[in-house]
Design a protein around this ligand. Structure first.
Ligand SMILES: Nc1ncnc2c1ncn2[C@@H]1O[C@H](COP(=O)(O)OP(=O)(O)OP(=O)(O)O)[C@@H](O)[C@H]1O
Ligand SMILES: [Mg+2]
Length: 508
C-alpha cells in the first residue's frame, strides 16, 4: 500500500443514548481515493467531524502523516493546517454571501490585509469554477441557488486550498451524472498530484467508479476494508445492509384511473423557466419527471405547489381549475411537495423530531377549546418514526441530532402525514442509503396503490424507471418526450435522449 496519509485508530464517540462510533479504524494512503460507506446513521459524518475537530472523540486517535491531531483539545484550524479540506454534508456555505465570496472565503480570512481585494476574490473564484468547468454568476447570493449549484460551490472552495486530503461527505448527492463525471476527472488529476480523497456517497455506481478501497461502517462499527475490485454491487449491498434487495417494476393498476384525471396541467408557462407544459396525472399513477439540472423540472414542481407563479396556464384538480398562489392553497387543494432541498425549506432543526412531523397536521390534532392533544401529537409522531424507521432513541430529540438521511425521512413523514391526493417528490431519495431507499420506494408504491397520485422527480434515471409507470423527459424547460410504459425503455436510452437534446441545444 501507498504511504499512509491519515490513520484513525479505535475512534469511539457517544452522544446521549447513541453510540455513534464504536472503536473505528480508518486508513487513507497518499494519493488514494477511499470511500466510506454505510447506511444512514452508521457514523460516517461523525467520523468525519472527529477528523475535522468538530467533535471530540471519547477515545482513539487520528494521525496525519504520523502526527497526532487534536491532542490538545479539538481544533478545526489544526485539521485545515494539516492539509485536510472537508466538504460537510450540510455544505456549510454562507447563504447571504455571494458565490465569489463563498469560494474565496478562506483566502479572505487568511489574508493579512485590512481591506478585501474584490478583484482577487473574483479572479480566484472564477479560476476555481473554470477548473471544474462550471459557469455560475459570481455575484449571485448563494441562498438563491439550487442544491446542485451549492454543492459545486462547496467543491470549488475545497479545490482553491492547497489540500493534501479532500473529504467529501455526500458532496454529489444532488449533482447530475455529467457534473459528477466532470468532478471525477478532476479527482483523478488531484490523485496524480498525490492528493488523497475520502468520498462518501450513497450512489454505489459512483463508489465503484472512483474508489480504490472501501471502508464499510454499520451501526457505528467498522465492519471491513475492501479493495473495490474485490466487491460487486450485490456483495457491497449485502455487507452494508445484511440483506439482498430485489426490484420489480411498478405495475400501474389501470382500474384506479377515472374519467377525469386527478391532476391536469394545461399550457403552463413561465418565461425563461418552462414552456407549454401539459400533462395529466391519474389516481394511482407514479409519474416520473427527469432531465438534467436546469431542465425546468424543479420549477414546474414549485409552480404546482404555489412557490413559483407561472405566467400563464391552468392547474386542475379533479377537473376543476384551482388557484394556487401560495403553498397553503396547494395544501388545501390536496397537493404536497417534498422539496429538493431539505435544509432550510423542510425542517425546524432545533425543534423535536415529533413536532416537525406533526407540524403540517396540527389542525387535525387540535381538540375542543383549541388545545393540542399531547397524546395524539406524540402518537402521530411516533407512528411515522416507526413507519419510516427513523433512527432515534426518542421523538423528543431535536431534528439536528439525526443523521442526514434520517432528517430526510422526517421531511417525508411530515408531508405524508397531510395525506395529500397528489404528492410531488423532488429527489425523494437524495442522501438515503440503498437499503432505506428500497423501503421508501415501497412506501411510495403503497401510497400509489391506495390511490394517491405521485409525481417523482429524480436525476437517477434508474430510480425513475424502476418506480414510475410513465415518464416525462424535460429539457430546457420543455417536455421533449413521454414514455407511456416505462417497462419498455432502458436507462441508457433515456439518458441518451436527454444528453442529445442538450447537445443539440448547445450546438444550435
Ligand atoms: N449532535 C448529535 N447529537 C446526538 N446524536 C447524534 C448527533 N450527531 C449524530 N448523532 C447520531 O449518531 C449516529 C451517527 O450519525 P451520523 O450523522 O454520523 O450518520 P451517517 O453515517 O453520516 O448517516 P447519513 O448517511 O444519514 O448521513 C446517528 O444515530 C445520529 O442520530
Ligand atoms: Mg452523514
Amino acid at each position: 500500500m501507498a504511504e499512509v496519509f491519515l490513520e484513525a485508530k479505535g475512534v469511539s464517540k457517544t452522544f446521549v443514548g447513541v453510540k455513534a462510533l464504536d472503536n473505528v479504524d480508518l486508513t487513507i494512503g497518499k494519493g488514494e481515493i477511499h470511500c466510506l460507506i454505510g447506511e444512514n446513521g452508521s457514523g460516517k459524518s461523525t467520523l468525519i467531524k472527529v477528523i475535522g475537530g468538530v467533535y471530540r472523540a471519547d477515545s482513539g486517535s487520528v494521525k496525519i502523516e504520523g502526527r497526532e491531531l487534536h491532542e490538545h483539545g479539538m481544533q478545526t484550524i489544526e485539521t485545515i493546517r494539516a492539509g485536510v479540506q472537508i466538504i460537510y454534508q450540510d455544505l456549510s456555505l454562507f447563504p447571504n454571501l455571494t458565490v465569489a465570496e463563498n469560494i474565496s472565503i478562506n483566502q479572505m480570512l487568511e489574508s493579512n490585509q485590512q481591506t478585501v481585494n474584490w478583484k482577487t476574490i473574483q479572479e480566484s473564484a472564477r479560476k476555481a469554477l473554470d477548473e471544474i468547468g462550471e459557469e455560475i454568476d459570481l455575484n449571485e447570493r448563494v441562498e438563491n441557488l439550487s442544491m446542485a449549484k451549492k454543492q459545486i460551490i462547496a467543491i470549488s472552495r475545497a479545490l482553491t486550498q492547497n489540500a493534501k486530503l479532500i473529504i467529501m461527505d455526500e458532496a454529489t448527492s444532488a449533482i447530475t451524472k455529467e457534473e459528477v463525471d466532470h468532478l471525477f476527472s478532476i479527482i483523478m488529476k488531484l490523485k496524480e498530484r498525490g492528493i488523497s480523497i475520502l468520498f462518501v456517497s450513497h450512489k454505489l455506481s459512483e463508489v465503484f467508479e472512483i474508489s480504490e478501497n472501501i471502508t464499510i461502517l454499520k451501526d457505528g462499527k467498522q465492519i471491513g476494508v475492501y479493495p473495490t475490485s474485490e466487491l460487486d454491487n450485490d456483495k457491497l449491498v449485502y455487507l452494508m445492509t445484511g440483506r439482498e434487495l430485489e426490484y420489480a417494476p411498478y405495475i400501474y393498476n389501470k382500474k384506479l384511473a377515472e374519467e377525469t384525471p386527478l391532476l391536469s396541467v394545461e399550457g403552463l408557462n413561465k418565461e425563461r423557466q418552462f414552456h407549454d407544459i401539459n400533462f395529466n396525472l391519474q389516481k394511482g399513477e407514479i409519474l416520473g419527471i427527469t432531465g438534467l439540472i436546469g431542465s425546468g423540472r424543479t420549477e414546474v414542481a414549485q409552480a404546482l405547489f404555489g412557490l413559483n407563479k407561472p405566467d400563464s396556464g391552468t392547474i386542475k384538480m379533479h377537473g376543476k381549475a384551482v388557484d394556487i398562489k401560495k403553498p397553503e392553497d396547494a395544501i388545501n387543494n390536496g397537493i404536497a411537495l417534498l422539496p429538493e432541498e431539505r435544509h432550510g425549506q423542510g425542517l425546524f432543526e432545533e425543534q423535536s423530531i415529533g413536532d416537525n412531523i406533526v407540524i403540517t397536521i396540527l389542525k387535525s390534532l387540535l381538540v375542543k377549546l383549541g388545545l393540542l392533544s399531547q397524546f395524539k401529537r406524540k402518537k402521530a409522531g411516533d407512528n411515522w418514526i416507526e413507519k419510516l424507521s427513523i433512527k432515534t432513541p426518542t421523538g423528543d430529540n431535536p431534528v439536528n441530532s439525526l443523521s442526514g438521511g434520517n432528517q430526510q425521512r422526517v421531511v417525508l413523514a411530515k408531508w405524508l402525514a397531510t395525506e395529500p391526493d397528489v404528492f410531488i417528490l423532488d429527489g425523494p431519495t437524495i442522501g438515503i442509503d440503498i437499503g432505506s431507499k428500497h423501503t421508501i420506494h415501497e412506501i411510495i408504491r403503497d401510497l400509489a396503490e391506495k390511490g394517491m397520485g405521485i409525481i417523482m422527480i429524480s436525476d437517477e434515471i434508474q430510480e425513475i424507471l424502476d418506480n414510475c409507470n410513465r415518464v416525462l423527459l424535460m429539457s430546457n424547460g420543455r417536455i421533449i418526450k413521454e414514455v407511456e410504459d416505462s417497462t419498455t425503455t432502458t436507462a441508457d436510452e433515456l439518458f441518451d435522449i436527454v444528453t442529445r437534446s442538450y447537445e443539440e441545444e448547445a450546438g444550435a
